[in-house]
Design a protein around this ligand. Sequence first.
Ligand SMILES: Cc1ncc(C[n+]2csc(CCOP(=O)(O)OP(=O)(O)O)c2C)c(N)n1
Ligand SMILES: [Mg+2]
Length: 685
Amino acid sequence: MIRNTTSLRNVSSRRYITQLTKTSMSSYALLRNRPYSAIASNNNISSSLKTNRPEPSPSFDLGSTDQDPITLKNKWGNSTQKMDSSLIGLTGGQIFHEMMVRNNVDTVFGYPGGAILPVYDAIHDSKQFKFVLPKHEQGAGHMAEGYARASGKCGVVLVTSGPGATNVVTPMADALSDGIPMVVFTGQVPTSAIGTDAFQEADVIGISRQCTKWNVMVKNVEELPRRINEAFQIATSGRPGPVLVDLPKDVTAAVLKNPIPISSVLPSTTLKNLIGSIHDEFIKENIAKAANLINIAKRPVLYAGGGILNHSDGSTVLKEISERAKIPVTTSIQGLGSFDQDDPKSLDMLGMHGSAVANMAVQNADLIIALGSRFDDRVTGNITKFAPRARKAALENKGGIIHFEISPKNINKVVQCDVSVEGDATTNLKRVLETVVPVKERAEWFNQIEEWKQKFDYNYLKETPDSKIKPQTVISKLSKIAHTTGKEVIVTTGVGQHQMWAAQYWTWKKPRTFITSGGLGTMGFGLPSAIGAQVAKPDALVIDIDGDASFNMTLNELSSAVQANAPVKILILNNEEQGMVTQWQSLFYENRYSHTHQLNPNFMKLAEAMHVKGIKVTKQDELDQALKKFVATEGPVILEVEVEKKVPVLPMVPAGKGLDEFISFDPEVEKEQNRVRHERTGALH
Ligand SMILES: Cc1ncc(C[n+]2csc(CCOP(=O)(O)OP(=O)(O)O)c2C)c(N)n1
Ligand SMILES: [Mg+2]
């Protein structure tokens, strides 16, 4: 058995080498000696297809991909189809490059390796896009996510087979959870070696099935262009998400010799053509129902999620409906920035660590209008207790829950809605707007909201003269200072308490300015996503608000920021603990801090070693100056602030509770909790 496998492998690799030597290598060698631009201009490719994509969330639909077509007989019969000859003579690697250009890719994040070398060789001296090299493929994935979030374009990742591919599993799962468009290209062992446990072979298609929208292994060079087009189309259409294209080495090394079909028709397009008009009638009907409910509701609430940001008009239309019908607005964590929080109609974020006023408003609303959001459990609290008054209003046909959602799978998945409007939330909201009757004022509802705002504003135990700095103070101050720089400000985060405080204490005003791992909650997301965002927006002030433990997970990317010329600002709120976990251990596990205190590196020495600047603050009176210096620093910089430990994030809706059953800040309770903790831990904590 073993002998058989070995001989099979030998035969396969011999066959592979022979195949390369006889066919592709000769043409490849010929092509290699010519500048790429010569090949491109010979084939008259690239430039004519550079269309300006609408932003954000562009469709990568190229329109006419049939340039230079020659119509050939289909090899299976007499039917004809448009064939493209523009890529003939190029290797798979060069075709990859060309397809990036045709899909308007301006940045690729990746890390090379043996199985993907034909592609890396073909992009070696490309002037067509920027290449960003991380220290670890996970970094490339999160960078691509940050890039996609900041720009509205699709993130592109290019890594090798085996460990290169498995290292991007977390970013793909993250992108799937938060609906981020990303195409991941992975090298693969040659097709002849697949299934032989070859060196650096991994079943990437199997591994990535659950964390991608779609994945495919390209089996020959003829199908490569079409698969790449499909990948971009799928990643950016509907609810955006990650797509993986696996590229065996013989496919990327082979030379294309024949005309091929390269335009892609997805099954969903055919289905849409078939049932489009019926579907549209159904949507029209539901839009009318939605408008009717909005017009009769007395205590409506708009709840916007990340989906509203997938259309460039999203936040404008949200503001318009809120103004016209005088409806207060809350958002999920991913929706932050879609509505200006300085607007008095803003309720801030809802959910487990959301504002009390948002949670109270949702529980007391007679109508909830959900826009591009998926009712995550962190948003709803206990489902059986969610939105009782809206449910009651629905029974009386006076309200309920309306769900504008592009992904049918998310409709009625967690929360049963009364009216669903399937499709892009902004597009359909525009249609609803036409029939929404203007409302002058909703005095009663807004008075109630104001009362909640006064009663339960975000609050915390402030510093005493000799205490450490409170993390909330740092974020509030930084938010003010950053907004006065006049620059576009983008914030990324790790995962934990600092992430929640960033969501709470930063003033969110503009779409696509908050980039955070909401769905998967991936520690280590902050630094690489900041680098990606900075690459997308070179002039923006990009700040990673990070926790010490989260930062530890991907701090290897510090020098990547320098290499990529990305002057990101990294704020480490150092409480020397996995604060969010110790908070749960304090509240629900009698202060037994099981493995939640890691030994941190010396962050200042680390900064130096990684070629970035370092600032450290321990005292309250140093903070203002340090924050100003931090945002004004030219290159990448770390600001480490030693903050108070064991500070709870409040308000908090405990697991199993309804949104209105939150624990809110009470100074006396907190002091007592601190006393108990000291006692239980022998003054260690
Ligand atoms: C990759 C990963 N592992 C574990 C967790 C679980 N987890 C959530 S928050 C947290 C602690 C985060 O600590 P830190 O980054 O220092 O932030 P802090 O809560 O102290 O602000 C942990 C371990 C996670 N979200 N992601
Ligand atoms: Mg921490």
